[in-house]
Design a protein around this ligand. Sequence first.
Ligand code: IMP
Length: 171
Amino acid sequence: MDILIDEARIRDRIREMAAKIEADYANGEEIHLVCVLKGGFVFMSDLVRAMGPRVTMDFIAVSSYGKSTKSSGEVRLLKDLDSGLEGRHVIIVEDIVDTGLTLTYLQDILRARAPRSLKTVCLLSKPSRRLVDVTVDYIGFSIEDKFVVGYGLDYAEKYRNLTHIAVLGNE
Ligand code: IMP
């Protein structure tokens, strides 16, 4: 498998993103991060450890139906949050934005819970694949239309534990 983004680049970029996020919420208020399982768990883990003590976190799990039937846009909620979002500064933490359908769904259901603010951070983005115009406030790396694994991202539940991002080859 070819390495697309190595561990050091990911680490450096996450530090930059964490600093930018902290600076954007300069008043010291709590920032509530919502990790999208499963793919977001490695990114979330490194991101929160690069941030200060005012961070709180929660986890949500969704599954997208049939990636191949790409226009269906059906997303199913598998695990909801433990706590409410009303009045909080919320940031959705996702591994990758591809068509944008999953994030659009998540933003819609979370916005309905009346957070004080709602932003989204994604480690990766494949802009050429977008089917819907979704706002992502912070993006780690924009990549070409290649299927990638590692650092939380899987192929058939494998490779999530790679410490880098790799392009899935045919081995
Ligand atoms: P979207 O709804 O099409 O934006 O899809 C987002 C979800 O598809 C991500 O959370 C991933 O779970 C999955 N996904 C999209 N592209 C890739 C990839 O290259 N590798 C692994 N998973 C991917």
